[in-house]
Design a protein around this ligand. Structure first.
Ligand code: AMP
Ligand code: MG
Length: 421
């Protein structure tokens, strides 16, 4: 039988070229829109300081006292009134001593010295301390060699933080070191934001749960464990809403549940405009939908909508795109809703250990890591290559325009740690 003479479509010499007539939103514009349209959604609660690591301050915290609260000695030694000039000195020792937490209450007699231990408040009459290793003690006297500047080996009251000054601003996500600062300056209970609850939901007929038996044609749900762990690591509260088949009614019900229990919903899969793309279809029906065709690789499509008043990030199904969209778009947006303000991930420039020609028109993120001070990228850019996500320790960001990167050229590396993961 003769075949019909049908001409195939002409080959496109660049299958990644942006379709004509379609407007693509640049990454920076998409981020600016998110930043503009979202705001903090969480109330506050009081927690003891010792349980506040990783929480977000809901109010400025002012130092209730100075650090250090009083002038004290930085070393173990002998205190006296300085300065002392060059040459040998002998001073009578006054009875008593000053130790941390056990101050010397008296007044040091002029020309005398007194035993003093690290952290002790300087007694009246002491403003200078000599290290015990530099002193000979004999017959109730000390002998040592000058010169010594006035104030040597001491710390001034408030030289670190002055009482009444801002210790940490609202929006700060508290680090272990922050707890030290707040303790030292007199804070007790802290007013922090309630944790942002982030629901995570996978969609797709093909998905089975990790560890279960997969039939031919099925794949394991790789996104959900990743997204739940990302949310946890970023300091939000993950809420596992399971998997949904490509069925509109089931998905509708699950979104209803998620919107009841969470402050924001992340779905993966079904976010483009195909027959089985029910996330975008439902969000479109709900009326508050932005189909953002973001000029980003890997990434498109990202469906953003409001479901029962709750923002929904419809992430792409491809795990690489799902991760990149979560880090680049969801991370700062969630931070804003959670009360930390908008935080751009901080990267730094490193010489490239690779060669790459990039076309203009969209921003690219490559799975990358640092070895020997250079940025390496994963061999394949395929967005289904989960092994590359695991291999990587961060992303190389390549700006929207065209670029030919050659080994040794500087590229911007953003470590995963910069996203809080
Ligand atoms: P979709 O966005 O639903 O068209 O999915 C795009 C690709 O990502 C398809 O190859 C899906 O099978 C795959 N995919 C979708 N969801 C997941 C998931 N949770 N884990 C792993 N791969 C997925
Ligand atoms: Mg799908």
């Amino acid at each position: 039988m003769s075949k019909p003479d049908i001409a195939p479509p002409p080959l496109r010499n660049d299958c990644f070229a942006l379709p004509a007539g379609v407007s693509w939103t640049p990454v920076d514009k998409a981020l600016a829109l998110l930043r503009d349209r979202l705001s903090v959604v969480m109330g506050a609660e009081t927690v003891p300081l010792a349980q506040a690591a990783g929480r977000i301050l809901a109010a400025d915290v002012y130092a209730q006292r100075s650090n250090p609260p009083q002038a004290n000695t930085a070393v173990d030694g002998y205190g006296f009134a300085g300065p002392v000039p060059d040459g040998p000195h002998v001073m009578p020792l006054q009875d008593g001593r000053a130790a941390a937490g056990v101050p010397f209450d008296g007044q040091l007699a002029p020309g005398h010295a007194i035993r003093i231990l690290t952290g002790a408040a300087l007694p009246d009459g002491v403003d200078t301390v000599i290290l015990e290793e530099d002193v000979t003690v004999q017959d109730g006297h000390i002998a040592f060699r000058g010169p010594l500047k006035q104030g040597a080996n001491t710390r001034n009251a408030g030289e670190d933080v002055v009482g009444g000054d801002l210790a940490l601003p609202a929006g700060r996500r508290l680090t272990p070191a922050d707890l030290a600062l707040l303790s030292a300056t007199g804070a007790g209970d802290l007013l922090v934001r309630k944790a942002l609850r982030v629901a995570v939901l996978s969609t797709g007929d093909e998905l089975v749960e990790a560890g279960e038996v997969a039939e031919p044609g099925q794949i394991y749900d790789a996104n959900r464990p990743m997204l739940l762990a990302l949310i946890q690591r970023m300091g939000f509260q993950p809420l596992d809403m399971g998997r949904v088949a490509d069925d509109r009614e089931t998905l509708r019900e699950r979104l209803n549940e998620a919107a009841k229990e969470a402050d924001v919903v992340l779905t993966s899969g079904g976010a483009s405009a195909g027959d089985e793309d029910h996330v975008s279809a439902l969000l479109r029906q709900a009326g508050a939908m932005q189909e953002w065709r973001i000029a980003l690789k890997p990434g498109r499509p990202l469906a953003l909508g409001i479901w029962d008043g709750v923002p929904v990030f419809g992430l792409p199904g491809n795990p690489v795109a799902a991760l990149v969209c979560t880090l680049i778009f969801a991370r700062p947006a969630l931070g804003l809703m959670a009360g930390e303000g908008w935080r751009d991930p901080q990267g730094f420039d490193l010489p490239a250990a690779f060669d790459k020609r990039k076309k203009p028109g969209r921003r690219e993120y490559l799975r990358a890591r640092i070895r020997d001070g250079k940025a390496e990228v994963f061999t394949s850019e395929g967005s289904g290559r989960i092994s590359g996500l695991s291999w990587a320790e961060g992303l190389v960001e390549i700006e929207d325009g065209a670029r030919h990167i050659q080994p040794g050229d500087l590229v911007r590396f953003i470590p995963y740690g910069s996203f809080g993961i």
